[in-house]
Design a protein around this ligand. Sequence first.
Ligand code: GAF
Length: 380
Amino acid sequence: MNNIENLQFELIVSSPGRINFIGEHTDYNNGYVLPTAIDRKIVLKLRKNQSQQICTIHTTELNKTLTVDLTNVSRSNVAWENYALGVLHQLLAITQKVEGFDCVIESFLPVGSGVSSSAALECGLAYGLNELFDLGIDRKKLALICRDAEHSFVGTKCGIMDQYASLISKKDNALLIDCASIQHEYVPLELEPYKILLLNTNVSHNLSTSEYNTRREECKLGVDLIKKTNPDVNSLRDVTPQMLQQLKNNMDPTIYKRCEYVVQENNRVLRAVNALQEKRLADFGALLYGSHDGLQNKYEVSCPELDFLVDYSRKKDFIIGSRMIGGGFGGCTINIIHQDFIDNYVSEVSIAYKKEYDIDLSAFTAVPVNGTTHKYVENE
Ligand code: GAF
């Protein structure tokens, strides 16, 4: 064990990962998303170290320690370090109250699996420093700070969903976020007798950052074109299916497909919320399948391994809905599955997946929980 792990810490922060029921790649298009935080998390232990400017951040998973001088926070060549450095950089731009600290990070979230270990790390650190140094920043602002950290230091031009979900979710609820106004509403989740099963493809095709940013650009090109004939349109959120249809012949077919997916997905999110509120679970599940179809064929961010798992679930009447979650090109599928069939299904689909790809599948059930929490440690 590294020495830093033996220190006496003041504060322990639990920073959850997230799933997303529906509304994928809609957040950076000012649309709607329906995520929630889950009972898988990153734990951060923090303490002030009485120095003015020297910080140590240690990850137990990699057994690596990053030392940061607060007077010189710049980008690193090491991927995980940029999540922490980006948060520090953003915080230092708005406050002078952050001083030297030590932090140990222990992750119980699979990396690259679409449950947003990156947002959990960013948000956990920002939340912990906010608490430790009494910065007085509210959770929504913390989410924005962490999103901006990812833009500037990691280079993914992500939306607000992951950070917002990690910080603001409520136990037993889904979180409907309107990403245009950055307002939210809780939607009670009464899924019984169904549970949420995540199947991790254990693949992470190396396209995620570049293709992600490309999708964002493609959507912007679509909006720029639509705006020419519809000046009130500021984002795909303002676009109706009719507007798109009228422009179909003037649009590049790829751009059209991307825009069509986003417009339809926003509509699916609102219908999914209605279905949950009216306890129409079969309709809710069908919308999840519809979302996957769009991600696979129109937005083109899925991959064969994800499609295999979703197709497999379609053959089972005890699964009412399934889709890929997160940015795509690997990671997990979410499956809304009858609780009595989980174990057998996991065994069956694991064998089939191994046979097809020679890769071990991982499976875990997820429970919606509150966003980031903390507790102080009583040291004698
Ligand atoms: C990633 C991003 F970080 C989110 O903002 C969101 O766009 C998601 O991909 C796709 O819905 O998780």
